[in-house]
Design a protein around this ligand. Structure first.
Ligand code: GLA
Length: 341
């Protein structure tokens, strides 16, 4: 019997580079994602892909996923390594999610494979932790928990407030008449992995000065003598505050203020965290100048990829739109035919 696993991509409405210090983030799932159609059979994993070259051809007992070829198969291998299934898979991956554009395509791949292999999606935290371990093992990127948790636990028509320390999640409904737009800068996320690791290291150094950043205030950040570490800590401490201010603004349907908070978040990621690029800044500026747009900012890790905007439903935008709509639901397993063309 052919099964269908679906894992959506994610955008962060606000709250980036906060998850790995146990901070607050507000991601949501989008309507694009990765689908895996497969039969549970044999004792090998054999997965093709409609979008990328090569086949993931793996035994069930894998020791080191980081050496597997082709490179995309490392994510598959790492999930297999974590789950240690007893049955293999034969199937095909289809994706309508742009790959490597800051929409969590690697996390979506991990979650799609884990879902097909029977991970318990009713325990989203455990499933997300497993997929995050897989990401570390596959490519050595020390990512936080946000992407995997958002993809698994996403709720239709709501963003998800994540406390990345307690791992508590709360749905945050979007006010009626509001739409989310994801636009592509066209810039591949180059150097993203090494710069990401460097930011994590800097946060650790900042914490050795002022304690856990999730508990620190922007005022604490100002006491750090090293200017780079001070800026990094300023971003994290102010961004944590902005997430809850944004949630309060949505609850009050104060979209103008929500947009201002997105602008402040973008400026903080650009100036203090230094993860934006001129292309991303230009795209954000164009969106912000469009009537009907409340706010726009870089989304995800940065260094290229996509920006996210909040707008009145139906707003005309003159930029390359990857997706627009209201928040989508999370990953699932089904016995139904493909929805992706
Ligand atoms: C990447 C990581 C996440 C998170 C974001 C930035 O997407 O995988 O864990 O750190 O960057 O918010």
């Amino acid at each position: 019997m052919t099964l269908r696993a679906w894992a959506p991509g994610r955008v962060t409405l606000i709250g980036d580079h906060t998850d790995y210090t146990g901070g607050i983030a507000l991601p949501m799932a989008i309507g694009l994602g990765i689908e895996l159609l497969a039969d549970r059979a044999s004792d090998w994993i054999i997965l093709g892909s409609e979008e990328v070259a090569g086949v993931a051809e793996l035994p069930l007992a894998i020791d080191d996923p980081s050496k597997v070829e082709p490179p995309w198969a490392r994510y598959v291998a790492a999930v297999v390594r974590e789950l240690r299934p007893t049955d293999g898979l034969t199937g095909t991956l289809h994706s309508n999610l742009p790959l490597g554009r800051g929409l969590s395509s690697s996390a979506a791949l991990e979650v799609a494979v884990a879902t097909m292999l029977g991970v318990n999606l009713r325990d989203p935290v455990a499933a997300a932790q497993l997929c995050r371990r897989a990401e570390h093992r596959a490519v050595g990127v020390p990512c936080g928990i946000m992407d995997q948790l958002a993809i698994i636990a996403a709720v239709e028509d709501a963003a998800l407030r994540l406390d990345c320390h307690s791992l508590e999640m709360a749905p945050v409904p979007l006010p009626p008449g509001v739409e989310v737009v994801v636009a592509d800068s066209g810039q591949q996320r180059e150097l993203a992995d090494s710069a990401y690791g460097a930011r994590r290291t800097e946060c650790g150094l900042a914490e050795s000065r002022i304690g856990p950043l999730r508990l620190a205030t922007p005022r604490d950040a100002e006491t750090i003598d090293d200017p780079v570490l001070r800026r990094r800590a300023r971003h994290v401490t102010t961004e944590n505050q902005r997430v809850d201010a944004f949630i309060a603004a949505l609850a009050a349907s104060d979209l103008r203020h929500a947009g201002e908070l997105m602008a402040a978040s973008h400026a903080s990621l650009r100036d203090d965290y230094e993860v934006s690029t001129p292309e991303l800044d230009a795209l954000v500026a164009r969106l912000r100048g469009t009537p009907g747009i409340y706010g726009a900012r870089v989304t995800g890790a940065g260094f290229g990829g996509c920006v996210v905007a909040l707008c009145a439903a139906g707003t005309l935008v003159d930029v390359p739109v990857v997706w627009r709509g209201r928040p989508a639901g999370g990953a699932y397993l089904a016995e139904e035919p493909s929805l992706v063309d």
